[in-house]
Design a protein around this ligand. Structure first.
Ligand code: F6P
Length: 324
């Protein structure tokens, strides 16, 4: 393989730039020509493809977002879109791809390989940490720290005003950000999509807190939680608790996706970027590079797409115990 391309796709995540840098610098080191594709699969379809050098990735290891930009491409999910993308790759003579993204990205790459035989190796880039085949995804650690900073600040107000705060964090269908930011922020309760927490139990926990003279409480709610959004949970709680409740809802939203990546994310991203590139050069295809127990491993896309990544329920038990 003499010419490859790298792109970012799906939601951006802090550390994606460090990953791009590792792919590009790794390619230069191994004497491979490397191209960047802008805006994920949309750029592939539109031929938004340019040659990269070592200098193209100078001074980006510390930057959030992605210099290659990102998109969720509907067109690539159609056979016509993939046909156009293939024509563009042929035009540029690109023989293999490194895709930095999540499950949607890897689903597209699998379809593309089945139709045109272009091999892809993935690097897991998403704040959600919802990918089977790696302990952590690029961006997750930074997102947890961003959420934590917000929780710490909100706790000041919760404490000063004797309030209950419901704080909604991102994660799509996964509770990883909620659990980790909740534990680190000393939340009284964490609600995640993987384990149903009935409203009656939330009320019981809050009331038990009041009975122990707790004057404020923080509940971290993952966005995909079964009882609904944090606002809906708040409404359900107020219906079940008698009397006036001083309760507020804060939805953290996209601040969790941006910002300077932590050292952990930069190192993980560098390792996964180089791991994905070297895997591709060594003949790996349709696999995602991941780190499990500190070892670099490759997991087939079909598993990262299909298999759930279970949360550690013992951590939820810990939240309960530590909030007595
Ligand atoms: O996958 C990352 C993520 O931020 C999820 O946590 C969230 O559900 C989704 O993307 C939001 O997507 P968008 O930026 O398209 O609104």
């Amino acid at each position: 393989m003499k010419r490859i391309a790298v792109f970012t796709s799906g939601g951006d995540a802090p550390g994606m730039n460090a990953c791009i840098r590792a792919v590009v610098r790794g390619a230069v080191y191994h004497d491979i020509e490397v191209f960047g594709i802008r805006r994920g699969y949309n750029g592939m379809i539109n031929g938004d493809i340019f040659q990269m050098t070592s200098h193209s990735v100078s001074n980006i290891v510390q930057r959030g977002g992605t210099i290659l930009k990102s998109a969720r491409s509907k067109e690539f999910m159609t056979p016509e879109g993939r046909q156009r993308a293939h024509e563009q790759l042929q035009k540029f003579g690109i023989e293999g791809l490194v895709a930095i993204g999540g499950n949607g990205t890897f689903t597209g790459a699998t379809l593309f390989f089945d139709e045109f035989g272009i091999p892809t190796v993935g690097a897991p880039g998403t704040i959600d940490n919802d990918l089977y085949g790696t302990d952590y995804t690029i961006g997750f650690d930074t997102a947890v720290n961003t959420a934590l900073e917000a929780i710490d600040k909100i706790r000041d107000t919760a404490d000063s005003h004797d309030r209950i705060f419901l704080i909604e964090v991102m994660g799509r269908d996964s509770g990883y950000i909620a659990i980790q930011s909740g534990i680190a922020g000393g939340a009284e309760l964490v609600m995640v999509p993987e384990v149903l927490t009935p409203i009656s139990e939330v009320v019981k926990t809050l009331q038990a807190g009041f009975n122990r003279s707790k004057s404020s409480s923080i509940v971290v709610v993952a966005e995909g939680e079964e009882e609904g959004s944090a606002a809906e949970v708040a409404e359900k709680i107020s219906k079940l608790i008698e009397g006036e409740l001083d309760m507020r809802v804060t939805t953290l939203g996209h601040i969790q996706r941006g910002g300077i990546p932590t050292a952990y994310d930069r190192i993980l991203a560098s390792r996964l970027g180089l791991g994905a590139l070297e895997g591709l050069l060594n003949g790996e295809k349709n696999v995602m590079a991941g780190v499990i127990n500190n070892e670099l491993v490759y997991t087939p896309f079909r598993d990262t797409i299909r298999l759930p990544k279970p949360i550690n329920e013992d951590l939820l038990r810990m939240v309960k115990i530590l909030s007595v």
